[in-house]
Design a protein. Structure first.
Length: 385
């Protein structure tokens, strides 16, 4: 049985049938239907940040299935759970990614103090949070410079600078990010920032096109003290190399959710508009997206089973898969709009929400343009240029 033939459940193929991953997926779906679906519009409008739902999802195990055990990790059940969330609400799927990613950082650190202090809290959803790695990810791939600077002081570092957007935050939330040492340019430290700490200030962002209920803030570090106990890795670069495939692959859950619901939207108008929608291009038909989704799920799930694979070929495949998923999410949501016509253009219809959410999949770091640069750089390196 493949991930595709499992249809709505999308559980990893080798744990299909009764088992922990299938159970997790069923429990996530039930909670999404009962507690997330009624909030989706308010989340989209930025009126609600669904902290309770995120905590309950954590209680079900949604933020812990991907964490390493004895040096191996499998992201497939986490991606499947995120996809189930994303079928209902793209913004919450993004918050799921934020939480999963924070847990991924904490679980992979060699800092035993930090792990003992935070892993259970983050993996269970008792403590919520996210990741401020967009700027560092762009910096590591030569797109911009690091925005946070730090200097060594007794027992830790003092950090200054601003990150323009970090999501899944609130006054008692945490997130992982990176600063550069002021006196050693190029040397970086990855750490967990505590939003409640002195010198860390959250500032509300202007309204977005979507994702407004995601607890997204600009974060100012004004000589914030970061104790050694909250350092994930110093230097950061080898740690980033270890966690980067997981960071990127987990985003597949956001894309699958949007694509799957876009297909459902196209099919839902078939009885009333099928006679005219049949004139849309073959590649804009739901069956074409189903076939594409099956291929992309199989490809992403195969990669997600081995997130520590250190080979260049694996990394290139991860980047290429992520690029395709951003483009596929936008294409599917675009086709759903064409199928729906005027009814999808109504503000209350979810087709237009799906389109706005899909653009986010394509622009969240690593954005389409960054992924293309990464692939181009990788090819040049391989060719020795
Ligand atoms: C709703 C939302 C939530 C996000 N959540 C997170 C998160 O949780 N963690 C995280 O690390 N990143 C987050 N980001 C950032 C996101 O991942 C991307 O980095 C961002 O969308 C831009 O990526 P890009 O590669 O297209 O860069 P570009 O848009 O090309 O931008 C390059 C640089 O231009 C500057 N810039 C552009 N527009 C602005 C602006 N309005 N204000 C300030 N500076 C600007 C910034 O320095 C930016 O890095 C979020 C963005 C949005 C819109």
């Amino acid at each position: 049985m493949t991930a595709h033939t499992l249809g709505q459940t999308l559980v990893p193929p080798d744990v299909a049938g009764p088992g922990p991953a299938a159970d997790l997926n069923e429990r996530v779906r039930a909670l999404v239907k009962a507690e997330l679906a009624p909030l989706t519009d308010a989340i989209d409008k930025g009126q609600t940040y669904p902290a309770d739902v995120l905590r309950k999802l954590g209680g079900l195990g949604a933020w812990s299935s991907h964490l390493p055990v004895d040096g191996t990790a499998d992201l497939r059940a986490a991606i499947a759970a995120m996809s189930a969330i994303g079928e209902c609400c793209g913004a919450t799927a993004f918050m799921a990614w934020c939480q999963d990613t924070l847990a991924w950082y904490v679980a992979n650190t060699d800092n035993a103090t930090l792990k003992a202090y935070l892993l259970d809290r983050v993996a269970s959803g008792a403590t919520l949070g996210g990741t401020g790695l967009s700027n560092p990810m762009k910096a590591f791939f030569g797109i911009e410079t690091l925005k946070l600077k730090g200097r060594r002081v007794e027992g830790g570092y003092m950090v200054r600078g601003t990150l323009p957007w970090v999501s899944n935050l609130g006054p008692d939330h945490l997130f992982g990010t990176i600063f550069e040492l002021e006196d050693k340019p190029g040397e970086t430290v990855m750490f967990v920032a505590d939003c409640a700490a002195k010198g860390i200030v959250l500032q509300a962002c202007p309204q977005f096109l979507a994702m407004d209920g995601t607890g997204t803030f600009a974060v100012h570090f004004r000589d914030a003290f970061i104790p050694d106990a909250l350092v994930l890795a110093a230097p950061a670069a080898p740690f980033v190399k270890k966690i980067r495939a997981g960071f990127i692959l987990l985003q597949a859950g956001m894309a699958f959710g949007v694509i799957r619901d876009s297909i459902a939207i196209m099919k839902s108008v078939r009885s009333s508009l099928g006679h005219i929608n049949a004139y849309l291009a073959p590649e804009h038909q739901p069956e074409a997206f189903e076939a594409m989704l099956a291929e992309e799920e199989a490809a992403a799930m195969a990669l997600a089973a081995t997130p520590y694979d250190p080979t260049d070929a694996y990394w290139e495949a991860v980047v290429a898969a992520r690029l395709r998923l951003g483009e596929a999410a936008v294409a599917a949501a675009h086709a759903a709009m064409l199928h729906c016509g005027a009814r999808g253009y109504l503000k209350g219809h979810r087709a237009q929400r799906r389109l706005r959410e899909a653009y986010f999949v394509a622009i969240v770091t690593p954005a389409t343009k960054q992924l293309k640069k990464m692939l181009s750089d990788h090819k040049k390196e391989a060719a020795g240029q």
